[in-house]
Design a protein around this ligand. Structure first.
Ligand code: NAD
Length: 699
């Protein structure tokens, strides 16, 4: 049974008990229905209370039932709510801590609601590409008022119970409890007070009108259209709430059901539900059990106060963890410190950070030129120049001074972490923490697992990531790890497209229309074209046969490094980010084509989109097969949280699954016949070929 049934004198109490958040899974739903039946059958019971055990009233649907038919099995949530609403004895919801989605719908099916202060109330379905599907869209506007209800449904954000209780005319709460501790006593007293009152009030019977109906909903539609470019659910939220104001309750319910089921089948909702699961799965590592002991991290040292070191330090300061920054020269320390101060000051000026918070954070920061000063840090993160010689010197010194058990991390993006680990006598304590720039902003953290990295070090790194609010994905050691190794193939395709006749704007436009936050050339201008230039030089020296378009090198030879030099693939006006096409770049491309003997051809947006995205997919399939990534969903998380891949496509692997792997392989075989592309690269990775042949998917 996933709910308790107890009798307190003349009141029955049904307590949802399905840890961690009392999700409304099949067993719990059955238990509620059984509890109501038992209460009705017992003549001594005059009223019923429904509440939740532990740290939630209810978090809504049980995520473990996602994608299975169990969620729809009777009694489904609609039937449970109907059973509660039609109960012949008053049912009181005693709400506390967290009331989400289906949990809130259940509470609104009760006759009365009493709520503890500081309870988080939300309807988060829109975040999964859905609308509330068990009457939430019809009861919420009646209980709370049309506008606040629509705001909650369309945003999915949670709001504290005190705030909602202050809304004029709200009927969501009949009473606010004095404290979470007194909730049950107050609920029992309340239940006894209303025990004999008839008729039983029902939210469905409340009036639902908006004084400026049509105008208001038109306004709401316009607002939502701007917000939710690629997602169908938010406009549907407006439609269903409007229906609540225009039709009878039962008609509104039918409309809600129809829209809910339609949304369930949209690729956008599938993508969001996939990502929801992917994010949870990313923190789980197959051979590192969740009860692996972790090391305590109370202090952090960062070596190198440059672009990355400063941003990395800010993550820990934001989380209230003391940081010591180490550099070789005072000047470099001063520069690093000034940048951190400026970053915080900019937020204070904008009003997104309080001045006293900035002071608190800065007080946790100290600097040094001496390794002895950092020896007691629990975690040290190296972010010095990307040069093996420099890394060697740093790690030998760390090995000499750091206390036993300290974790030694490197932020290297391209160097071999195993080599770095073996500069020390404790390779088991070495791990990669690959932050993305700007490190204080970007969500993604690749946790790089070396061949010797100890399990508890890995578990601690994942824990640290959670503390500093990053999305951590484990990557094995290889050139570029998961994200950059894939983007390299994507950038190579973008280059070939220029050779064959595209302009940078055509490629960027096609990718942005597909949904990427930025096309490859605008992205490169932002990151700095010189970074890729340096990487290509190294790659070329290691493998002179490697094919790539020379256009990006030609661009860099002209000093067009991107936004920072005011000129890259595009021109930029000082202080502005608008990308302005440049005639000289176009002429350079034309000249280059001529030198190669290529006649420019017209290339469709579809070809651009497929070549770039499928280049990611094929490389990812190799990465998966080699075990560098342990699951396809991890690769999707990397691309969604670190590279601006469109969320509504669910990541490159989900995109490939949606296309169908058979079709993906067909497209690759087509690309392989293009004489200006790289036929060898387009051989489908064996794992991909196998999955396609078996009619399977990555995820
Ligand atoms: P940077 O040049 O901005 O900063 C490096 C800093 O290290 C400088 O301040 C330098 O004075 C200091 N330094 C050099 N040698 C040192 C030593 N022996 N001891 C102490 N300090 C020393 O470089 P960055 O962009 O911050 O990159 C740092 C590391 O982060 C590199 O390994 C790089 O590959 C990696 N990384 C960079 C990015 C990025 O986008 N910039 C992203 C991810 C990872």
């Amino acid at each position: 049974m996933s709910a308790d049934f107890q009798i307190h004198g003349d009141v029955a109490v049904i307590t949802l008990k399905n840890p961690p958040v009392n999700g409304l899974g099949l067993e719990t739903r059955r238990a509620v229905v059984a509890g109501i039946a038992q209460a009705v059958a017992d003549a001594s019971v005059k009223a019923v209370i429904i509440t939740g055990h532990g740290k939630a009233f209810s978090g809504g649907a049980d995520v473990r039932e996602f994608g299975s038919t169990k969620a729809f099995q009777e009694p489904n949530l609609l039937s449970v709510i109907s059973c509660v609403e039609n109960c012949s004895k008053p049912v009181v919801a005693a709400m506390h801590s967290v009331v989400m989605g289906g949990g809130l719908e259940l509470a609104m099916g009760c006759h009365y609601r009493i709520c503890a202060p500081d309870t988080s109330i939300s309807m988060p379905e829109v975040k999964l590409g859905l609308i509330p599907g068990a009457g939430g869209t019809q009861r919420m506007p009646r209980a709370l008022g049309v506008e606040p209800a629509l705001n909650m449904i369309v945003s999915g954000e949670s709001i504290k119970s005190e705030m909602l209780s202050m809304l004029p005319g709200q009927k969501l709460f009949d009473q606010m409890a004095l404290s979470p501790q007194s909730l049950m006593d107050e609920a029992l007293a309340f239940a006894r007070e209303v025990a004999d009152l008839r008729p039983l009030p029902k939210v469905r019977d409340l009036p639902c009108k908006h004084p400026q109906g049509d105008a208001y909903f038109q306004f709401a539609r316009n607002m939502v259209k701007g917000m939710a470019k690629h997602f169908p659910a938010p406009p549907k939220c407006v439609d269903v709430v409007e229906m609540a104001t225009k039709k009878k309750f039962d008609e509104g319910m039918l409309f809600e059901r129809e829209q809910f089921i339609n949304l369930m089948w949209t690729p956008e909702s599938r993508a969001l539900r996939h990502l929801f699961g992917a994010q949870r799965a990313a923190s789980k590592i197959a051979d590192v059990p969740s009860d692996t002991p972790v090391r305590e991290i109370h202090s952090v040292a960062v070596i190198g106060a440059g672009t990355m070191g400063g941003g990395i330090a800010m993550n820990f300061l934001n989380a209230g963890i003391a940081v010591k920054l180490l550099e070789t020269k005072q000047q470099a320390l001063d520069r690093g410190l000034a940048t951190i101060t400026q970053n915080y000051q900019a937020r204070v000026n904008k009003g997104t950070l309080k001045a006293n918070k900035m002071a608190e954070r800065m007080a946790l920061l100290s600097t040094t030129l001496l390794y002895e000063d950092i020896s007691q840090a629990d975690l040290v993160i190296e972010a010095v120049f990307e040069d093996m010689g420099v890394k060697e010197a740093v790690f030998k010194q760390l090995d000499a001074v750091m206390k036993q058990g300290a974790i030694l991390a490197s932020n290297t993006s391209t160097l071999d972490l195993n080599t770095i680990a073996h500069f020390t006598q404790r390779p088991q304590d070495v791990v990669g923490l690959h932050f993305f720039s700007p490190a204080n902003v970007m969500k993604l953290l690749e946790v790089v697992r070396g061949q010797d990295t100890a399990k508890d070090v890995l578990a601690t790194a994942m824990n640290v990531a959670k503390t500093i609010k990053k999305i951590a994905v484990v990557s094995g050691v290889c050139d570029g790890f998961i994200g950059n190794r894939m983007i390299d193939q994507y950038a190579r395709q973008a280059g070939f497209l220029l050779d064959e006749g595209c302009t940078p704007e055509q490629v960027d436009r096609a990718m942005e229309q597909f949904g990427w936050a930025m096309g490859p050339f605008r992205m490169s201008d932002l990151a700095g074209n010189d970074i890729g230039w340096a990487i290509r030089k190294r790659q070329y020296s290691e493998n002179p046969k490697r094919r790539y378009s020379k256009t990006a090198d030609l661009l860099c030879e002209q000093g067009r490094f991107g936004q920072k030099t005011g000129a890259g693939w595009y021109d930029y006006k000082p202080g502005k980010r608008e990308a302005i096409p440049n005639k000289d770049v176009e002429a350079m491309l034309a000249k280059h084509r001529e030198a190669l003997g290529i006649k420019a051809r017209k290339i469709s947006d579809e070809e651009i989109v497929q070549r770039l995205n499928l280049a990611l997919v094929n490389e990812a399939a190799h990465i998966l097969q080699e075990g560098v990534a342990s699951k396809a969903s991890d690769i999707d998380m990397v691309y969604i949280s670190g590279y601006g891949f469109p969320m509504h496509r669910g990541g490159p692997m989900n995109y490939a699954d949606e296309l169908g792997l058979f079709n993906v392989v067909q497209a690759m075989q087509r690309f392989a016949t293009n004489p200006h592309d790289d036929a060898e690269f387009w051989q489908p990775a064996p794992l991909l070929a196998q999955l396609a042949a078996e009619g399977k998917t990555f995820n």
